[in-house]
Design a protein around this ligand. Structure first.
Ligand code: FO1
Length: 310
């Protein structure tokens, strides 16, 4: 089976691990958000791509959710002691990847080619693609000013309420090579349990990705990032409340209309099933918390079963 998964960082990366454990990994393509990308200490960092790469290579720090396991922070301590910028924490092991990528990008290689090289070096079977090789950056407009994603998320700990999310560069951004081909060949499109506003929306902001999705002939199934109306991690629920008027799986469905055929929701949100169905979307109720390998695989299998919706 060929599956394409639209993904952000932490939650998406966990879900992708489940997907590659449930189907032939060679048939899986992840299309990953790049709106969070930044330059830190002169290095090009792609946090969501890296969370996906590290998770699939079994290198990620499970507890933190981002960065590498068994990390040390000597370089960052040195940066700090020298008065450098240390608000965005790059670990010693993680730095290696950013050095390789930055050098390649400066030499003119596109992000997709660099990512392919990194995944090949790690022996990964699934295809991992940035949504675009072009510059696309997420900005949050808040009552306290406008911030780029990592300034808002990490430096300001996403405390500013968000009035609007913008994707600079989206109107000119082209899908990275391989994205449209994977969409055309897929038997199923999955949207990972990532934040709809800042992880999935930047991917859909690439016009040719959105229009290809709208024209697809195969099912598209999203997994809700909420459990009991709350985000497992991060600002998804706060954003849904302010921008969509509530924090139930019905609001998640509204965010993804008219793209999705089904929404996988947690048992704790089962009361939302009727509201989802009224919007013309099939609710699929299961346990969605990915606490270990068995639960991530079970969640992936439930979403993959929706291939039968066709
Ligand atoms: N998240 C933090 O909360 N603080 C950090 O200092 C931080 C550093 C970091 C470095 C590399 C990387 O790949 C991810 C990093 N993240 C950090 C996570 C990242 O900001 C977000 O989780 C994603 O962008 C949201 O999907």
């Amino acid at each position: 089976m060929k599956v394409i998964v639209l993904s952000g960082g932490v939650g998406g990366a966990r879900f992708l691990r489940g997907v590659v454990e449930a189907v032939d990994p060679a048939g899986v393509t992840a299309v990953v958000n790049v709106g969070d990308d930044l330059e830190a200490l002169g290095l090009s960092v792609s946090p969501d791509l890296d969370s996906v790469v590290y998770a699939l290579a079994d290198l990620s720090d499970e507890e933190r959710g981002w960065g590498r396991a068994d990390e040390t922070w000597n370089a960052l301590a040195s940066v700090e002691a020298l008065g450098g910028d240390a608000w965005f924490r790059l670990g010693d092991r993680d730095l290696g990847l950013h050095l390789v990528r930055t050098q390649a990008l400066r030499a003119g290689q596109p992000l997709s080619a660099v990512t392919a090289r990194l995944t090949a070096a790690l022996g990964l079977e699934p295809t991992i693609l940035p949504a675009t090789d072009d510059r696309l950056r997420t900005f949050l407009d808040t009552p306290n000013g406008s911030f780029d994603f990592q300034q808002w998320f990490v430096a300001r700990r996403h405390r500013d309420p968000v009035d609007r999310v913008r994707f600079e560069g989206a109107s000119d951004a082209r899908p990275a090579p391989g994205v449209l081909e994977a969409l055309h060949e897929a038997d199923l499109v999955l949207i990972a349990p990532s934040n709809p506003y800042v992880s999935i929306a930047p991917i859909l902001a690439v016009e040719r990705i959105r229009s290809a999705l709208e024209r697809r002939r195969v099912p598209c199934v999203a997994v809700s990032p909420l459990i009991g109306g709350k985000a497992v991690k991060g600002p998804a629920a706060t954003m849904l409340n302010r921008l969509e008027g509530g924090t139930s799986a019905v609001q998640v469905t509204q965010r993804y209309l008219p793209l999705i055929d089904a929404l996988v929701i947690d048992e704790a949100d089962a009361r939302d099933a009727d509201g989802i169905a009224e919007l013309g979307v099939r609710p699929i109720v299961t346990k969605t918390l990915m606490r270990d390998a068995a639960s991530r695989r079970a969640l992936a299998e439930t979403a993959l079963d929706a291939v039968a919706l066709a």
